[in-house]
Design a protein. Sequence first.
Length: 742
Amino acid sequence: MMEHTDRMSGLTAVERRLLASSNLFKIAYWVPHARGDLRNASPFQGFAAGVLASSDLLIFASGLPKDFRELYAERRDILFSRAAGIIHSFVQPVMIEAFPAAVAESPFFINCVLSTGDVAGAVQGILASSGKDWLHIGPDRTVSNVSYGEVRPEHYVDHASNLVAKSDNSAIRRAFDEFLSAKLEELPPLYTDCPDFRHNITTPNDQVFRALHVKQRDVRPLLPNEESSYLGAAVKSAESIRLLRKQLMPVPNFYSVTHDLVIGLDSLTWPFLRGGIAKIAKEVGLTPAQRKVFRSLLARDGYWSKVGTSSEEEFKEAIGSPPLDVLVRTRSMEMRAFTAGLSLLGTAKLSATVRLNPRLNSLRSSLEQIANCARGGGPHQNFKLKKLVNILSARMEAEIGGPMLNTIRRTARRIGFASLITDLPLEWLQINGVPLGILQDVSRIPATPGNVMLSQVTSGGQIILGPTDFRTILVIRSFDKGDKIAKHLELALTSDHWSEVTEDMPNIRFVDVDTVDDFVDTLQDYEGAMLIFDGHGATDRDSGVGSIVIGGQRIDIWELRDRLKLPPIVLLSACDTYPVDGSHGSSAVAMLSLGAITVLGTLLPVRSVRSALFISRLMYRIASYMPLATRNQPLGIDWRSFMAGMLRMTYASELCEQFEHDFSQSFLESVRTKANMDINSRDEKWLDRLIRRLAAVVNKPVREIRAWHHQRMEFTDTLKYVQMGRPDLIALYESPPADLTR
């Protein structure tokens, strides 16, 4: 499909065309489902009823070809194109009532619809009345073009041939001609020794095998017997994908193909983390035996639930009851929907997926300790925070298990990419003494509410931005009169220091707001790429909601669903916008739900001066580094990497500042500059080099400084930030690639 080059700059002509025309060849999958009231989402994880019913189709779609050119490609090219961001997936659930509008307005040339039996007839009728030519994949041929089990590459080719024949666009005809006149790629047989375990914990990796046309030699269903068998299967599955990627693409062409890992941990919505299990058990009238089963189901102590009933008779009486049956079936469907989310995210870049032990959710009490310490003040607060976070990391390591940790460590030997679907701060998990969020380019999708999670993993469209899109950046500010920190960010952004360094700093537009209406109206008029909210955040200990404060009032962003227009990038320079001990109802999650592609949220209170310095350094990075980085990367760089580099640099600065009494200011600048150069070159040894430089100056053994960094260094403000949503879908280019169809 493409000629390969080992150069970091310069694309072959074919690669340029692949990049420019990616939307033309994209295969879009639509999955209609029956109407479900979002206000009555499933209780435990927050999925719409219609989505739950179509989870298996979402999983099925995750393993299908995402681009017409994949039908003519070798496995190596399929892997490269997805991992490098040349090809992006699009799988979109849609209510059947909204499906006619989707048919009429779809921007894609090749559209497929997958339907369940309850909506297949309606789908066929909508397509017939629309006059549009879509490929309908359904339960059988009486109501669709092809059934699930019959889908073959030839069906896509025949469908595309019909579309091209009907098109009056000569550019489209030329683009497809070289493929339609060629033979489909005949891939040689390829097998993996990883069995098909027929279980949710390995399904996402099974779908990667399917997408790459790799056969699993054996079927070995997991049975609920020993915890180690589940852990072993999860590790075996992920390791098999890692080895397959290495086999197919041993020398990556560009650093962006090193996206290695998706890490998933299912969760429960806030009410069930705060005593809701007993409440619902009482409301539905469960007997004591049924309550035991119900609690075992939700408060799981491993990959499979050990039901605590006193006898076999008691268990049979409990499990056969209608009220409990509904609850069990609902939770089972939620687990399947969560698996669908992991499958869609894993197959997007053909990455390995590890699903962590749900017993990790028992660490919530540790998060409350950390949050109370962070909000309580007091002497040596940051040292105490570091101690508590280290204890949390050690407990996370113990619950994850050695074999799974080894899998995560293997993929963290270089600066790669990790996507998390979790409500726990796995960014703090220490890998060889370094937090995962610093070691890797990490972003997180919240596990709850489920509807938000699925909307994030199905958002496959890439957004292309360039340096010019950041010329004007909006800062919405809200402080009470006389607030001492009100001008901190403005002073940092208007410092003479930055004006001396570059003349290309973004134009920062400050707007002070006192009401929600002011906030909404200001955003309506803004067309730029980035919003910074500068103000206070607050968390409600009862509801767990993290809010922003406007005009002295806590604002529920969710209530602005029909009014708020957000840019793709939102930075929340406020405390507790995604509280580590809070709920899925936070401001950061709400902004993702309302249209932001990525939100930089805060897990804990942040210090105003440090937050202001962080934002000002980011503006300098946009002005000075973004043009250089996009010029040197022909495939562009994504916002996740761009921001991750920023977080590493601030972490390095905070580390250096703790040695201020040992250094002159000029030496500190020199150390920071060298660290920044290592970070920007994506040197995986940047932190080790920094520690060695510090050790040399203070004349102490490297191992002593390394141990100090791990055990006694203050908990930095950098670790309080979390990249949320899909920053990996925001591509930064010096100039946007051309569209071949024009």
